[in-house]
Structures are given as C-alpha cells and as structure tokens.
Write a protein that binds this ligand. Sequence first.
Ligand SMILES: *Cc1c(COP(=O)(O)O)cnc(C)c1O
Length: 391
Amino acid sequence: MGKLDFVEELLQDLKAQNLYNTIRTIGSPMDAWIIVDGKRVLNMCANNYLGFANHPKLKEAAKKAIDEYGVGPTAVRSIAGTMDLHLELEEKLAKFKKAEAVVSFQSGFVSNQAVIPTITGPEDVIFSDELNHASIIDGCRLSKAKVVRYAHNDPADLEARLKEHAGARRKLIITDGVFSMDGDIAPMDEIVKVAEKYDALTMVDDAHGEGVLGEGGRGIVDHFGLHGRVDIEIGTLSKAFGVVGGYAAGNAKIIEYLRQRARPFLFSSAVTPPDVAACIAAVDILQESDELVKKLWSNADYFKSKMKELGFNTGQTQTPITPIIIGDAAKAVAFSKALFDNGIFAMSITYPTVPRGTERIRVMNSAIQSKEDLDFAIGVFEKVGKELGVI
Ligand SMILES: *Cc1c(COP(=O)(O)O)cnc(C)c1O
C-alpha cells in the first residue's frame, strides 16, 4: 500500500455513489445563450440574475481600470493593497444598501470566514438555520463558538433555542437570506423580533438576495424594511453583480472592527482593480435604475406560472430560483441530459445537496432572457417532462 492509495479509493468511492462531479466547460461569455462543451445552449443555471457578467458598462469599467491601475494590488489591504477604488466601492455599496458602513472581501465565501470568527469565540453561541450555506457552517467552525442549529425558517424553534442558551456571553443568529436550493426567503422580520427580545446579534447572508430582493435589488434588509435592525448583512459580488468579491454591510462599529481584525482582510490580497471597477459600475447601474430587477422578476413570474400550468412541482420558491422537483436522482440526471440535448443548460441537483426524494433541476431566471428564450425553454421542459413521465 502506498501512502497515496487512499485518494484513489476516495475517488472510486465517489464514483460508486454517483457523487463524482463531471464539470462542464464554458467556451463563451456568460450570456443568455452560451457555448457549453462546444454546443450553443440557453443558459438556465447561472447566477447572472441581471446580465452583469457580460454587460458592456462593466467591461468598459474593467478595461479602463487596467489602464489606470494595472491588474493587481499585490498586497493585503491593511498593508499596502487598499486602492481608492476599493474605498469607492465600499462607499457606493453602503449608500446603495442604506447601511452605515461596508467592508469588502475577496468573495462571499471568504466574507463569512472573515466575519463570524472575528465577532464570536468559544464563550459564545451561534444560532444557525439548519439549511445554511457551507461558508456559514465553516465560518462557525472557525469561531469555536457553540453552534445550535434551529429548524429551517422557524422563528418559534429559534426562540426555544435562544431560551435554552440565554446565559451565553454573546448570541449571534445567522441565516441565509434566500435559500439557494429552494428559493425561499428567511422570515427576517420575525427573526429580528426574536433577536431583539433575547438581545442577540443578527447576521444574514444575502448572496441570492443582492440585486434581486428589495427596492431596485437592495437586498433582504430592504425587502423587509429592517434598516438598522440587522447587525450584519453579507453580500457577494459574484452573483447578481456578475463579477467576484464579497462584503459585509451594517453596523459601523462592527465594520471598523472587521478592518482591524478579520483575518482574510489582514492576510489575503485584495480583489483586483478591474474586478472592483466592474463592481462599481454595477452598483452605479442599480443606483440609477430598477429596470433590470423588474425584468428579472417579470421573467421569473412568467416562467414559474407556465411551469406550474404544465403540472411541474416548483416547490416553495418565492424568488427567481425555480426548483423543478423530480424526486428521483437518476431521473433528475436524465432530465438534465435531455434538456441539454434539446438546447438547454440546467443542472440536476441531487443528494447530498438536497434531501433524497427531492432531487431536482434548478432553474435560474435572468433579466437577459427574452420572451422567445423563455417560451423555447418552456416548450423543451414540456417535451422532456412528458417523455420522462414527470408531467
Ligand atoms: C454563493 C454563496 C456564497 C459564496 O459566494 P461567493 O462570492 O461565490 O464566494 C456564500 N453564501 C451563500 C448563501 C451563497 O449562496
């Protein structure tokens, strides 16, 4: 036995369990239609909600930033890597979100690693929705705080857990804003009420709510009118914003402390100038107009209503994430393959990402899909759904 044999065994094990990921290759910009493994298909699985990933204004801003600032900051922000661009992005985001302050990080994933262990430690208790994103789970682990999971989107269960741990030094409640597999929205209004009753801090990861929920895409805090009552909002710049990066918005003192102590801020280099400039352009567009956000919602509403009419089970979605529940792993995989053969790129999602029996195709709508695109998609779903006996 060689010391590396275990890796081969682990890989074989994944394959045996049908958990081995085959990753498709994109050979074009992220647009409504893209080239996947050499084939032109309608893209129904990207988080490109507003079409910013290939937006002319973002591309122009990125190119201009390369000419003015070069391609890299070559330092962590606290030493020599903060450019005026980073500060401009943070100011503009704070204004857009109507938050006291914003600090940006390298990604949404990193933002959770940055925030959670910096504001909680072993004496504290974190109350975490049982379906929270992996980056929240890892951030909680890094904090060494006690983690108490509460039932999904259930403020009454949350309250019961808070009662049990009323004596903790600090209490922090964390939830995804929009849950990415089902498209349901956390009841932040009720969560905040419970939090205030027990003097707990509140944090929401709004990766799928940025650019989607609230007035003009200002996110979940705006959606519920909770400005100033949610302590920290995590955002990503890689989904609706179409680029890469993440941030924390909220209470100015917390943000100030994160700039002093958050480890990804202190020990990992800043996002590159073209990325930051493209993000600034995205915020500028959203600040000026809610046209793209409105188009996103009208596309999603149209698609969902047609899918329901056809008899598909679209679960509990309240957002432009539409799960098409198939309920069987092999059938979900076959469904995705048949969609692809018919010109649609939409991935199947199976256990362990979603519970067994709820295997699905997850459709993401976007403002850049045209009515013809959606009608084409609906026609293909109907054909494949009938062929596979799903409808
Ligand atoms: C996608 C996602 C992230 C990760 O964001 P990146 O910017 O891609 O690192 C974090 N949290 C949630 C809830 C997400 O959906």
